[in-house]
Design a binder for this molecule. Sequence first.
Ligand code: NAP
Length: 539
Amino acid sequence: MDTDERLDAIVVGAGFGGLHMLYRLRERGFSARVLEMGTGVGGTWYWNRYPGSRVDLESVEYSYSFLPELEQEWNWTELMPAQPEILAYLEWIADRLDLRRDIRFSTRVVAATWNEQTATWTVETDAGEKLDARFLITATGCLSAPLEPAIAGVADFAGDVLHTNRYPKAGYDFEGKRVAVIGTGSSGVQAIPVIAEEAATLHVFQRSAAYTRPANNRPLRAGEMEELKAEYPEIRARQRTSHSGTLRFGAFAVDELYRTDRLILQTAEEDRLRILDDEGWTAPGTFADVMVDIDANRAANELYAELIRRTVSDPRTAAALVPQYPMGCKRPIIDTGYYETFNRENVTLVDLRADPLVGITATGIETESGHVEVDTIVFATGFDAITGPLDRIEIRGRGGRLLRDGWVDGPHTYLGLAVAGFPNLFTITGPLSPSVLANMVMAVEQHGDWITDCLAHMREHEYLTIEATPEAEEEWTRHTLEVAETVPVRVHESCGSWYLGSNVPGKKRVYLVYTGGMPAYRARCDEVASGGYTGFVLG
Ligand code: NAP
């Protein structure tokens, strides 16, 4: 099929990143089309509709800041809203800013090819349609490529199968069902307490235990939204100077959570327990040595185990719930009643470390010690993170080079925004940018604004192409890896996380995110732009 359209930009994905990008491009007079594989906007919040799905930041921070009037019009109902409310917010944004007319839904991008002669990208959809644009902007998110669980017999199961990351729009009735959940990352930890309340029985198959603590979520009090609206300018200003673009995590002030003056290895055992009594679940992570010293981290893990023992009545279950990898290695989780769920009569924890998974049968799940019959399996098994969403598109740059081929030894990018050999390609929250270690909404706004300014600069100076130099790319890639090493527990040999790609068989173990914080990152991006786009070749 022939190319049917020529545009300034094609944006892939209509989540937080794609919607903001489209608005900014239009505002500056660029023609753009968003291609979205879902039937609606929302990205992460469109696909992850599982019970209990909820953001772990406060709504006033996890929301757009680019148009202050939006903040004043929208009313949040909870501190940390659930998925339906966030999706409703994004749908409202799409309507309020009249974005839908430039979004094509149910359209999956399968390939994108750079044409040397025309200096344009040709984007191919799953329907075989081709569209041309000068710029290709991926807003595909970091956690959007579902990981298929590599479990023997998975296709043999005759009951219902659900995936948290592709949850049915119509929902699912767990009433009276014997249910298994496989996976205890953020998604599993959120879904398990809710499913347990509905299901007849719930077996939780845990390979790695989670570090999770109570979210302390609550509805906003009457009048609280008005107070927050008045504070928005200050909140936004403070967010911009914060390392992660986040002031509060799980109803706690981030500044207070991560203290710098208290060392666990210099705190006597009885004092550690006293601190635990006073401060509860937040205590273990607040010692300054926990993230940098593996012995301190083990001591914090012991305190954490004590908290689990205090919450979970069965000692064997409590012991099985204690993580055996460093605290801070994986994404910290916050929950609503997770550990308490294991005190319910209808819930059983299956510790796959002690009783490995053999496979799935037509009627249930088999481990070395026996077989559990279930009606429904819920997979909460995660994503091929950060690089996965880009690797799954055949993106070909100069000389027909495939993007993913150059990333076999880990991604190489300039600022997580651009790749040498791939002119006029911008990757919103791409590999080696702050992305998931920052407030994602702030991260996509920063990238979207930078990209729009760059396009306007090119228009003004009549440049047709922009491309990162191999030297700038190598310098940034090396710098990112060096910064990651400064937080030893994140890269410790005992840590396997999706930040390192360790959850995907065969994926190179490399830290995929810039850990230097949003202020430093923003300053570097601004410096590049004000220097006339240093590290890029414009032509
Ligand atoms: P995840 O953190 O990667 O967790 C996947 C879980 O499935 C892990 O417990 C993993 O065990 C297990 N698993 C994977 N394959 C398995 C297998 N073959 N057999 C047994 N167990 C298996 O994925 P996620 O929970 O979807 O969360 C991903 C990220 O999304 C989070 O870290 C967070 O950034 C984001 N998220 C955020 C929220 C929120 O903000 N509220 C909610 C959900 C997700 P191993 O650890 O041993 O591999």
